[in-house]
Ligand binder design. Structure first.
Ligand SMILES: [Zn+2]
Length: 459
């Protein structure tokens, strides 16, 4: 297959105003400028009027939250969590499957070819929740790195979540180990890798954090958690552990090139330098941070000091209907509003959404840029529509515009997942309806357990 006459923003290397990308099997065979060499028998895709970028990489999400969007709209993180835990306690595998089908489909429609997920609520006797989201990703055909999350520090132990949504440490470690053995595929072309992800310092014991790191390193998989998201968390860590979040995680052996943290909004210069020195990554989730009033992560400073930053939409319950392509714009505007117009460029935003994400997920050698030998994960954006073609720079159009350019093609390993803004591997309307049905089902199950939106969310 060859995509020709296309503007190429390869992220690594120089941009090509008119060139071609040749694909063999699931890999990129060649990226070149000018007309494509004739090669009989090849499928040719005319990229005239299009911008080719690497597929976007989403490095933080909670797919199940598709089913609990729109709750606690004016709450802080801790208030929002306390309201949401009660709803999430009612979820089952059917809710997760529908939510994941909608959430992953929505991501693919915004140019995402690889998404992580962080699932950390496992109510007892509600089916195989982890398998349900893996099934949804397999049906859609995008690459998926679900993290087996966990919480073992309920209210009775000084944590934030009610005891009903936490598990005990042995159960968590056994289930996480089983998930890795059952699903983790370390191969170059892998579409499924597992990570280990205790939820946060305020919902997990130090013992589980330490054991989880040991397990992940024994199995050769990556480590993920929420960190330094809000000032409330900062206070909690100082009170409970005597140190701020990054120092706490350092003490537990949680800094390193195999770790990426979600949010990291409240970092000191010394924290940022520790990330850079150890290769610890950050998943920047600007819409969620804005929605919960958490603050603005010091992304331009992190990049300047050599720390890796990728992007994440975060769970849709704290970033309703957020697109991954739109997070490039949100990241850029946040940095500029806080630090001036040179704080982050459109190209840096695109790099965070692609290579930055690939580094966070340990895939920098395999994807994240358009280079010969890498996997053919490619987004082809249409940048010649009547209104938009007044903007000559296609990368500016992609990153600055509120309205996402039409997605002409989305290829995952050379396979077409999206064509002309429509999912091709699954029934798009059915995926959307499955998400809506998951929402209705979850709210019904939560009400049956005595949850009342009027009483517990809008007070
Ligand atoms: Zn999160």
């Amino acid at each position: 297959m060859i995509i020709e006459n296309v503007y190429i923003a390869p992220v690594v290397g120089t941009e090509i105003p008119s060139g071609y990308v040749r694909i063999e099997g699931d890999r990129i065979a060649e990226v070149g400028s000018g007309p494509a060499p004739a090669n009989p028998g090849e499928t040719r895709i005319d990229g005239t009027g299009c911008l080719a970028t690497p597929g976007l990489v989403n490095t933080h999400h909670h797919l199940y939250q598709w089913a609990s969007q729109g709750l606690a709209q004016d709450a802080t993180l801790f208030e929002w969590l306390v309201a949401s835990y009660q709803v999430w306690a009612a979820m089952d595998a059917e809710v997760v499957k529908g939510a994941a089908a909608a959430g992953l489909g929505y991501l693919a429609l915004s140019g995402c070819t690889l998404s992580s997920d962080h699932h950390y609520v496992f109510p007892k006797g509600r089916g195989d929740l982890f398998a349900a989201e893996i099934e949804a990703a397999r049906e859609l055909g995008i690459r998926f790195h679900p993290a087996r999350g966990s919480m073992d520090r309920g209210q009775s132990q000084g944590g934030l979540p009610p005891d009903v949504v936490v598990e005990d440490r042995d159960t968590v470690l056994a289930a996480t180990s089983e998930a890795i053995d059952a699903y983790h595929d370390p191969s170059f072309s892998s579409k499924l890798r597992i990570a280990v992800a205790p939820c946060s310092p305020f919902s997990v014991t130090a013992e589980l954090m330490t054991d989880a790191a040991e397990l992940a390193r024994a199995k050769g998989v990556r480590l993920h958690t929420h960190l330094a998201e809000t000032l409330d968390e900062d206070e909690h860590c100082v009170e409970a552990f005597g140190v701020r979040p990054v120092d706490y995680m350092e003490k537990l052996g949680w800094l390193g090139p195999d770790v990426w943290f979600a949010h990291t909004v409240h970092l000191s210069d010394a924290d940022i330098d520790k990330f850079a020195a150890t290769g610890t990554g950050a998943a920047h989730c600007p819409s969620s941070n804005g929605r919960l009033g958490a603050g603005i992560a010091r992304v331009s400073e992190m990049l300047r000091r050599g720390a890796n930053v990728g992007l994440g939409v975060d769970g849709n319950a704290s970033s309703e209907l957020t697109t991954l392509s739109g997070e490039m714009r949100q990241a850029l505007l946040f940095q500029r509003a806080a630090h001036g117009p040179t704080a982050l460029t459109a190209r840096q935003a695109l790099e965070m959404a692609t290579m930055g994400g690939a580094r966070n997920l340990g895939r920098a050698g395999e994807l994240g840029s358009l280079e010969a030998g890498k996997l053919a994960d490619i987004a082809l954006w249409r940048v010649d529509s009547a209104f938009a073609s007044a903007v000559e720079d296609p990368v500016c159009q992609l990153v600055f515009a509120t309205r996402q350019p039409p997605l002409a093609r989305l290829l995952v390993g050379g396979e077409i997942v999206v064509e002309n803004d429509e999912l091709k591997t699954v029934d798009q309307d059915a995926s959307g309806r499955a998400g809506a049905e998951a929402h209705r089902r979850l709210m019904r199950l939560a009400r049956e357990r005595g949850f009342s939106v009027a009483k517990e969310v809008h007070t």
